[in-house]
Design a protein. Structure first.
Length: 142
């Protein structure tokens, strides 16, 4: 997804195994009219492989689900935040969980933000738009 050719797009890596949530996230960011280039992978293992490829372009931001097969979000956070080449990339946990333990664990593993995915589609789109407005417009990314 790339918007507005005049502006250098922000590279976003979406780590999400639910195809419906992938589509909704892309659509919500498109509606927010933010210049992004979105890459998607299905789990933490694929995300690490993506980030460690020789020709890899480091994303400006990672949107991370917690509950995925092969390597979940917690395991991915542990790996990326201990990797000197990758630890500065901001990671937003975007998950269906409301668990206090998941919130604590995510921040303890150095996530930059924890957002519970709303079940309602309109609220989900609004939450993703808010991520776009804040993280991709206001925040200075490394």
């Amino acid at each position: 997804v790339t918007m507005n050719a005049d502006i250098e797009p922000i590279e976003v890596l979406l780590v999400e195994d639910n195809p419906g949530d992938v589509r909704l996230t892309i659509e919500a960011l498109r509606e927010a009219k933010i210049a992004i280039k979105m890459s998607t992978v299905n789990n933490g293992l694929e995300a690490l492989e993506f980030l460690r490829r020789e020709e890899a372009i480091q994303p400006d931001l990672i949107l991370l689900d917690l509950n995925m097969p092969k390597m979940n979000g917690r395991e991915f956070l542990r790996e990326i935040k201990w990797d000197a080449q990758l630890r500065a990339i901001p990671v937003i946990v975007l998950t269906t969980s409301n668990s206090e333990e998941d919130v604590y664990d995510s921040y303890n593993l150095h996530a930059n933000c924890f957002i519970s995915k709303p079940v309602d589609i309109d609220e989900f789109i609004e939450a993703v738009r808010a991520i776009g407005d804040f993280w991709l417009s206001l925040v200075k990314l490394p």
